[in-house]
Ligand binder design. Sequence first.
Ligand code: KIV
Length: 263
Amino acid sequence: MMKPVTTVSLQKMKQAGQKISMVTAYDYTMARILDEAGVDMLLVGDSLAMVVQGNQTTIPATLDEMIYHGKCVARGASRAMVVVDLPFPHGQLGPMETLKVSARILKETGCAAIKLEGGAEQAETIRVLVAAGIPVIAHVGLRPQSVHAIGGYKVQRHLEQIHQDASAAQGAGAFCVLMECVAAELGAQITDSLDVPTIGIGAGPSCDGQVLVCTDLLGLTQGRVPRFVRKFGELGEGVRNAVTEYIEAVQDGTFPSESESFR
Ligand code: KIV
């Protein structure tokens, strides 16, 4: 069995200049495939509210849903580190409430870390979680749970604030900082200035690692995808073709064949 990815091995990857790959996952089957392919980190993102449930934002994801999907993903991962998102508003309820919820996520899912949105204003919460032994990733830059407050999904340009958020998160003990939708130059500066690894999504190539939503990466997402997405596959088309063939085979009676039937 491969050695599991840990906070320590991720830190070593940064030091060795080895890039970290993270992909979202929401179920056992996909988690197994991604894990076997060698992805370093699996994120059970609250993006499941959009990808799995068809909502317009991540806000509807509930704690019970995150735990349910976290369990499914953790069962499929043997090497990758599994990280579960704190859904809205559970990461924003102050240190003790956030600690209770994070502990529940860790105990019930078997994941190894949690991710919460925020930086400087979350420093005390991060400190309390880390003191309790819970590894934390801080999500800075575009915070999707604040989409209504910030007026849409767009590049975040308050450079000084994002820099402060990233360093406050590291100072409070976060083992990793995830940056979303910031200029590549800022992504590079923050990555250089931090000791802990950075993971980017729309944050340029200099981050220590990259994350994508699995359905975007695989070409399963229907409709528009953000500019920072690269499709590494066309699985949507693959599924459509396979199912069309299946329907035809059912309709013309060639499925099931003799070898697919019992005597
Ligand atoms: O919820 C999610 O999938 C995320 C990624 C987009 C980073 O937070």
